[in-house]
Write a protein that binds this ligand. Structure first.
Ligand SMILES: *Cc1c(COP(=O)(O)O)cnc(C)c1O
Length: 404
């Protein structure tokens, strides 16, 4: 704990221990275990002069900068991601939009993986295009050479997301970073590598692999209870911090302090939840692979995953979100009937909570880069904290109900 007691000399190594300790100092908070929730708009100063002197990185002057509760959560997120500074925003989507807007201006070019989270596409095709920013969608499994060919002199942002939303392709982030660094020129700013690291959480350490700006939807496993929307942007380089903080301030994208408290609460149990859910998810994914109704299971931790070698090289674990593709002779109606008949899986968006979810992928994704498609009706599963045997029995009954 960042308290004044002397046993601070033993540094915490394990992730679960660090998540218990980070962002709180009980003996400075009347001994209460959790940091207080500081709600607020107005921030008072002892004098007008003291207020005038407060700069952007000085004392907080107004609630839109976030308060101590935001800072506690930001410290925790920086710890999770291995970064130096983090910002907390009102949603995961805001955490994507703000750095994109921070680094892109009219006439710039942006690269977005074809497997990106849907609303990231909407941002690129809508607001960004309207502002004169051109986006090229690229094959997520691009190699170093392929990335070099995609980069233009005016490319300012390379968005990455690994694995891809719904389709779970893993990206070779170090290869992408090598290409971006090789294209750097002295007369213009280098493209920034942004990563949506929501799936990786702490299992992928973005800054060790060349990422400049890491984004997470804290809505997912950090919140962990489907009762909060929050996002984070983390950096290691001070030069990246300034434009992002300026865009955040300009857009007023502050989160609520109560939501930050909920996320801090979720964080304390996250390592244990992730371990249990990740293991249950992998067990169910392995079992689904043995079912004749299933064409493929899209889970990076399975040896059958096309980029499994990248997962082994770059990731230290897994969460419990993965895809399932049925044999091609099943119809979309068969898929919907399977999902709608499940007892223990909610039908809905988002993931990372304690409850299991099933979501039809087919019909819900946009791809524009030519290439292989999933090959059959597909759905996404999020495995929650229920007993895995109950989930498996539910899925088995659903598969058994499919027409012969
Ligand atoms: C959910 C999600 C987001 C957006 O998070 P919200 O808090 O729901 O806005 C962004 N990226 C990925 C990969 C997600 O799954």
């Amino acid at each position: 704990m960042s308290d004044d007691r002397p046993h601070g000399e033993i540094p915490a190594e394990g992730f679960a221990t660090r998540m218990v300790q980070v962002g709180r100092a009980p003996l400075r908070q009347h001994g209460f275990v959790n940091p207080p929730t500081h709600r607020g708009s107005t921030v008072l100063f002892p004098s007008s002069r003291a207020m005038r002197a407060a700069g952007p990185d000085g004392p907080i002057t107004y609630g839109t900068q976030g308060g101590p509760t935001h800072q506690a959560l930001a410290a925790a997120v920086a710890e999770i991601e291995g970064g130096t500074r983090a910002l907390i925003l009102s949603s995961g989507l805001a955490a994507i939009a703000v750095p994109m807007m921070a680094f892109l201006k009219a006439g710039d070019h942006c690269l977005v993986p074809d497997s990106a989270y849907g609303p990231s596409r909407r941002l690129a095709d809508g607001l960004l295009r309207g502002w004169g920013i051109e986006t090229t969608y690229y094959d997520p499994i691009v190699d170093e050479r392929g990335m070099s060919e995609l980069l233009r002199p005016n490319t300012r942002v390379v968005l990455t997301e690994s694995p891809g939303s719904h389709t779970f392709e893993l990206q070779d982030i170090p290869a992408i970073a090598r290409a971006v660094h090789a294209a750097a020129a002295p007369d213009r700013p280098r493209a920034r590598i942004l990563m949506d690291n929501t799936w990786g959480i702490h299992h992928f350490q973005p800054f060790r692999h060349g990422v400049d700006v890491s984004i997470q939807a804290l809505t997912k496993y950090v919140g962990g209870h489907a009762d909060v929307l929050l996002g984070s942007v983390t950096v290691v380089d001070e030069a990246d911090w300034v434009p992002i903080r300026n865009a955040y301030t300009a857009l007023g994208q502050v989160a609520g302090a109560d939501d930050c408290s909920l996320a801090l609460r979720g964080l304390r149990t996250m390592a244990t939840r992730l371990r249990a859910q990740g293991a249950a998810g992998l067990e169910i994914a392995r079992w689904l692979e043995t079912r004749p109704e299933v064409l493929r299971v899209l889970h990076p931790a399975l040896p059958s995953h096309p980029q499994h070698a990248l997962w082994q090289r770059d990731f230290t674990g897994t969460c419990s979100l993965f895809g399932v593709v049925l044999q091609p002779h099943y119809s979309e109606d068969d898929l919907y009937a399977l999902i709608d008949g499940l007892h223990h899986f909610g039908i809905g968006a988002s993931w990372g909570g304690y409850e299991s979810l099933a979501l039809a992928t087919t019909g819900g994704i946009t791809r524009t880069v030519p290439g292989e498609r999933l090959g059959g009706p597909a759905f996404r599963l999020h495995i929650g904290l229920e007993d895995p045997a109950d989930l498996r029995a539910d899925l088995a009954a659903g598969l058994d109900r499919l027409p012969r």
